[in-house]
Design a protein around this ligand. Structure first.
Ligand SMILES: Nc1ncnc2c1ncn2[C@@H]1O[C@H](COP(=O)(O)OP(=O)(O)OP(=O)(O)O)[C@@H](O)[C@H]1O
Length: 249
């Protein structure tokens, strides 16, 4: 279980996250939704220790993240919100780097890598530099890297971004299978159809605050005649819209 307790991040004058309280259970796919700048990546980066929250706590499987950072990091596979990393390396060199960082046994790494590379159809390109890849191919490299250690907890920031429909379908399938095994899958998306396909539970953020947290089923049941798009837009509103005019949860 992952618990966020009053998680707060302030950048200068910007309150990117404001006392966020959330519990994310195993065995479910948990989705973050929210307009640009709502705080999704800030939450995710805090979870994976890329940034340090200004205040609040993150507890993973009963352990405080700040006290067990290395141990917890080994359990997590992370897809960042940009695939434009390590562009000078070949895909294989990048995966070797991750294999070393996660101290993977060579045989296990080789087997898992072959499966993932085959699934995402990158076999012919493994020794080419990431910088020569298309956006979607870079995304595949990052996704394969995140899943290479067969981590318990998947934290994926807009993972379907740039993936072709086949690769997106395959990744969604992997996410479902991982959750079905009782593991944790967290992702963010702007694609409401994807959210509707995948999410058991979701959090909608707006300007660093939680405006909905609950199951997709309960949310849809609450507004039975509306599409998820209508419900989401009703809740999240326009960025500049006054609070008074928005639907209240
Ligand atoms: N490094 C930073 N320095 C200053 N402000 C930042 C930084 N990173 C994020 N912010 C601000 O924090 C707020 C939340 O940003 P965040 O990236 O978490 O949003 P998001 O929901 O992931 O948005 P998007 O959907 O556009 O990726 C925004 O106002 C953003 O400008």
């Amino acid at each position: 279980m992952i618990e966020l307790k009053k998680l707060t991040k302030v950048y200068g004058q910007t309150h990117a996250l404001e006392k966020l309280d959330l519990t994310i259970k195993e065995g479910e796919i948990f989705g973050f939704l929210g307009h640009n700048g709502a705080g999704k990546s800030t939450t995710i980066k805090s979870l994976v220790s890329v940034i340090e929250p200004t205040a609040g706590e993150i507890v993973i499987d009963g352990q405080l993240l700040t006290e067990h950072r290395q141990e917890i990091k080994q359990k997590i596979g992370y897809v960042p919100d940009t695939p434009d990393l390590f562009l000078q390396l070949s895909a294989n060199e990048y995966w070797d780097l991750l294999g070393a960082a996660y101290e993977l046994a060579p045989a296990a790494k080789k087997e898992r890598l072959e499966q993932l590379v085959d699934l995402f159809e990158l076999t012919a390109h493994q020794d080419e530099t990431i910088g020569s890849f298309s956006h979607g191919m870079r995304q595949k490299v990052i996704v394969i890297g995140a899943l290479l250690s067969d981590p318990e907890i998947w934290i994926l920031d807009e993972p379907m971004q740039g993936l072709d429909p086949q690769a997106a379908h395959d990744l969604k399938q992997l996410m479902k299978e991982h959750a079905q095994k009782g593991k944790t899958v967290i992702f963010s998306t702007h694609d409401l159809a994807t959210a509707q396909q995948l999410c058991d539970e979701l959090a909608i953020l707006k300007k660093g605050q939680l405006i909905y947290n609950g199951t997709l089923h309960d949310l849809m049941a609450k507004y039975p005649d509306e599409s998820l798009e209508d419900i989401y837009l009703g809740l999240a509103g326009r960025q500049a819209q006054s609070e008074a005019g928005e639907r209240n949860e």
